[in-house]
Design a protein around this ligand. Structure first.
Ligand code: ADE
Ligand code: ZN
Length: 333
């Protein structure tokens, strides 16, 4: 691919639907907070300052250790600002981020309200200053179990609205069954929240089917393992389920050996709705621009493909119609 064409692709306006707020924390930001609060963080960083982890399960525990220095609504406001600065620098104009009441007030509704308020204010300031729009999705954490998920769902239901627009699940897919979390997803749906769940990142196509059938989600985080069963892929196409695909995350964590082995192009050709996200960008040494560069180089995608994906992401976004239309207009240019 010639460099001029690649530069045009990298400069396109972007939409990101799958970004964990703590996972977007630059390592220097976490180190700075740890110093301010005199918290020792053992085993979180490599010598070069990057995050240190061996595999997915270890990544989750390092993620939680890094998150332990975020102790107040003010810390989360600063985090939102830092994450959105990076988003804006990458040309992202609309983003949805995963927020966890487990980390923000321990599942207490009153405390959660304060965290949410601080994050929303920081997001509104960033929108004014940098032109990037953010919306929040509460996530429960699968390996924390169904009881903690109920507390997270209650926090979500109590604060559902124009800004807090969705409910979902992250965490270790190898723990428990999705149906154990159906009560929480039902509560969130009844509160008017839209639903997504991490599934088919590690476990096979049946996990993707269970997300749709047991949790009744309309989007799936990752979902790439659906490719192993044509019937599951057909079901995704028929029902118009949207996959939030994070190619760089999948390659760095070893779900696929390299970008060329990633099924994103096959899924797209088959007609599965999907979009591109970074997941936890500093952990995976990625950014939206790097994702675009890798996909353009590997699959030869041109500007029209990337613009189409951004428009499709906006169609699957959980925000209200007015916000969607405003962002779609910005994608026209
Ligand atoms: N939490 C943060 N990143 C995650 C991922 N890629 N899968 C599951 N849970 C996560
Ligand atoms: Zn994720």
């Amino acid at each position: 691919m010639d460099e001029e064409r690649l530069a045009r692709i990298l400069d396109l306006p972007k939409v990101e639907l799958h970004l964990h707020i703590e996972g977007g924390a630059p390592p220097a930001f976490i180190r700075g907070l740890a110093q301010e609060k005199s918290v020792r963080l053992d085993g979180v960083f490599n010598e070069d300052g990057s995050y240190a982890y061996r595999d997915f399960v270890h990544f989750l525990s390092v993620y939680e250790a890094a998150t332990s220095v975020l102790k107040s609504p003010g810390d989360y406001a600063r985090l939102v600002r830092a994450v959105l600065e990076e988003s804006a620098a990458n040309g992202v104009i609309y983003c949805e981020t995963f927020l966890s009441p487990d980390f923000c007030g321990g599942g207490d509704v009153g405390a959660w309200r304060e965290y949410l308020h601080a994050m929303q204010e920081a997001a509104e300031a960033a929108e004014r200053d940098m032109g990037v729009t953010l919306r929040g999705i509460v996530t429960c954490i699968r390996h924390f179990g169904p009881d903690k998920a109920k507390a997270a769902a209650l926090c979500a239901a109590e604060t559902a609205g124009d800004w807090l627009v969705g409910f979902g699940m992250a965490g270790d897919e190898n723990k428990g069954r999705q149906r154990d979390f159906a009560y929480s997803f039902d509560m969130a749906r009844e509160a008017g929240l839209r639903l997504t769940s991490h599934a088919g990142e590690w476990r096979g196509p049946s996990e993707v089917r269970e997300a749709v059938e047991d949790l009744r989600v309309e989007r799936i985080g990752h979902g790439v393992r659906a490719i192993g069963d044509a019937a599951v892929v057909d079901m995704l196409v028929e029902k118009g389920i949207h996959l939030e695909i994070c190619p760089g995350s999948n390659v760095v964590l070893g779900v696929y050996g390299n970008m060329a082995a990633h099924p994103i192009e096959k899924l797209r050709e088959i007609g599965v709705k999907l979009s591109i996200s970074t997941d936890d960008p500093p952990f995976f040494h990625t950014t939206m621009r790097r994702e675009y560069a890798a996909l353009a180089r590997t699959f030869g995608w041109d500007e029209e493909v990337f613009l189409d994906l951004a428009r499709g992401a906006m169609e699957a976004a959980f925000c209200d119609k007015e916000t969607r239309d405003k962002i779609l207009k910005r994608l026209e240019t």
